[in-house]
Design a protein around this ligand. Structure first.
Ligand code: ATP
Ligand code: MG
Length: 203
C-alpha cells in the first residue's frame, strides 16, 4: 500500500465515522410510533407500485391490509392476483375506468360514493393496520367526493392505522395533513417511445 492510498483510506474512515455519528443521532431522535398518512403523488411512474411495496412489507409482518382501487376497473392485475392469495389482504376494485372513458359525471359520482363506503369501513376498522387508497386524488380533484368529509374521515381513523393515498395532483389540504409526501417526477417513460403497458411492470 502506498502512503497515498493509506491516507485516502484514513480520510474515508474518518468521514464515515462523522457520517455515522450524524445518522445515529438522527435515528435516536426518531422515537415516535403512530399511524401515518402517506401521500404518493406527481406525474412520474411509481405511485401505485410503491404503495403495493408497502402492502408486501405489511403482510410480511403479519399485519392486516385493505386496498381500495378507485379508478381501475380491471381485475386482472398482477398485484391483485398476488395479494388476494393472502387472507390478511382485502382487495377492492371499485372503479369503472377513467373519467374520459365513462364521460358521465353523475355515474362517476355514484361510483365514487360506493367506493368511499368501502374505504370508510376499512378506516373505521381498528384491526386493519394499513389502508391503501389508490388513485383517491382524482375523486377529490373532480369533486366526485366531498374533500372535507374525506379528510375528516381520514383524520378520525383508528390510532396506529397507516393510510397510503396515491394519485396525481394531491391537494394542498391533503399534503398538509399527511406525514410523508413523495412526488414522483416524470423524467422519462417508455410509453412515449411507443411501449405498451406490460405485465410485471405496469399491471
Ligand atoms: P405504477 O402503477 O406503475 O406505479 P403510477 O401509479 O405512478 O404507476 P398511474 O397514473 O396510476 O401511475 O398510471 C398507471 C399506468 O400508467 C401504469 O401503467 C404506468 O406505467 C403508467 N404511467 C405512469 N406514469 C406515466 C407517465 N408519466 N407517462 C405515461 N405512462 C405513465
Ligand atoms: Mg397508480
Amino acid at each position: 500500500m502506498t502512503e497515498e492510498t493509506a491516507d485516502l483510506d484514513a480520510r474515508h474512515r474518518a468521514r464515515m465515522q462523522r457520517k455515522k455519528a450524524l445518522i445515529d443521532a438522527g435515528i435516536a431522535r426518531a422515537t415516535d410510533e403512530r399511524g401515518l398518512l402517506l401521500v404518493l403523488t406527481g406525474n412520474g411512474k411509481g405511485k401505485s407500485s410503491s404503495a403495493f411495496g408497502m402492502v408486501a412489507r405489511a403482510l410480511g409482518h403479519g399485519l392486516r391490509v385493505g386496498v381500495c382501487q378507485f379508478i381501475k376497473s380491471r381485475t386482472d392485475t398482477g398485484e391483485e392476483a398476488y395479494f388476494s392469495l393472502d387472507e390478511d389482504c382485502e382487495w377492492h376494485v371499485l372503479g369503472e375506468g377513467f373519467t374520459w372513458d365513462t364521460q358521465d359525471r353523475r355515474r362517476d359520482t355514484e361510483t365514487a360514493e360506493r367506493g368511499w363506503a368501502v374505504a370508510r369501513r376499512l378506516l373505521q376498522d381498528p384491526s386493519c393496520d394499513l389502508v391503501v387508497l389508490d388513485e383517491l386524488t382524482y375523486l377529490l380533484s373532480y369533486g366526485y367526493l366531498d374533500a372535507e368529509t374525506v379528510l375528516s374521515e381520514l383524520r378520525a381513523r383508528p390510532n396506529g392505522q397507516h393510510v397510503v393515498v396515491t394519485g396525481r395532483g394531491a391537494s394542498d389540504a391533503l399534503i398538509e395533513m399527511a406525514d410523508t409526501v413523495t412526488e414522483m417526477r416524470d423524467i422519462k417513460h417508455a410509453y412515449r417511445a411507443g411501449v405498451k403497458a406490460q405485465k410485471g411492470i405496469d399491471l
